[in-house]
Design a protein around this ligand. Structure first.
Ligand code: GLN
Length: 296
């Protein structure tokens, strides 16, 4: 029999890479994940028997590896998602983007129909697409990503969450692809396009934490300083050609580039272009509506 209080103190002492509050959260997380011991059990010093070898786990934590990669999973919008270093760890801001879509579609498409469709560009772990598939069962959900490994993870997450999502390996920046869609604009058409594309400028590397920088996929994070809006231009072009009339596009953005990103959509001819703040009052999302002249 071992004491959960003792283990808590012991683990806390060994985790040196985090400041005290964060280290405490990590210990709670570890004890729950590996032993099913909750905070309340630690308070009442519940005893347990299972032996865990913590050496490797502590070593990885102290090497700044994110706990989500060590555990191989995280939670997003109330569901479990597998994560590994081929995908970004889903962020709370992105949960706000899902919430925005879930709420917004009620006004945007008030008539319940089976025909609605949504595309997630750069799906990564699949967290946006899968959450939407679960929350909005009348939507047909598609998701693109350039990375084969990310798509493998996203597919596993769709299975894990019993979500029906069609995944495709597509590079949104590839001109030939965009070109083919301009030629065949009716090949796909979506009521909503959503994306959390790479938007961190390389010049921002200094402000980034080691656990992000050293472990998360740079492919999913970074853009060149000379072209920080490259993905938003591609998404705006793609959305212009592939949204239905009154279709909605909503993207997560770099907080430093709110107006600039909104302008990409304004210039392309979108209406109702809005910059939306996240819970920390930072410019975090842009949403826009496409009104087509021919109404189709
Ligand atoms: N918000 C993430 C970060 O700053 C970046 C996500 C992204 O580039 N799409 O770590």
């Amino acid at each position: 029999m071992q004491s959960s209080k003792q283990l808590y103190d012991n683990l806390l002492q060994q985790i040196t890479a985090y400041e005290s509050q964060e280290a405490k959260e990590i210990v709670f997380w570890l004890m729950d994940f590996y032993l099913g011991i909750k905070k309340i059990d630690i308070l009442s010093d519940k005893s347990f028997e299972k032996a865990i070898d913590w050496t490797n786990i502590i070593e990885r934590l102290n090497n700044n590896e994110p706990i989500q990669y060590i555990l191989g999973e995280t939670e997003f919008y109330g569901r479990r998602f597998l994560v590994n270093n081929s995908v970004l760890i889903p962020r709370p801001e992105t949960e706000e983007l899902v919430k925005y879509i879930v709420d917004k579609q009620k006004n945007q498409f008030p008539v319940i129909s089976n025909q609605l469709s949504i595309l997630d560009i750069g799906t990564g772990s699949g967290c946006i697409a899968i959450s939407i598939a679960k929350e909005l069962p009348n939507f047909k959900v598609s998701a693109y990503d350039i990375s084969k490994k990310a798509l493998e993870t996203a597919k596993k997450n769709a299975e894990l969450n019993k979500a029906d999502v069609t995944f495709e390996k597509i590079d949104i920046l590839k001109p030939s692809f965009i070109h083919s869609l301009i030629q065949y604009p009716l090949r796909h058409s979506f009521n909503i396009i959503v994306s959390n594309p790479p938007y961190v400028m390389k010049q921002e590397i200094d402000r980034m934490q080691k656990n992000v920088l050293d472990f998360e996929p740079h492919l999913a994070l970074f853009v060149e300083d000379s072209e920080p809006l490259i993905f938003f231009h591609a998404i705006a072009n793609f959305a212009f050609n592939n949204l239905t009339d009154n279709g909605l596009v909503a993207v997560e953005i770099n907080e430093a580039l709110g107006e600039e990103t909104a302008n990409v959509f304004r210039r392309k001819g979108f209406s109702k272009v809005e910059i939306i703040k996240d819970i920390h009052q930072k410019d975090r999302f842009v949403s826009a509506v496409l009104h087509k002249k021919d109404g189709k």
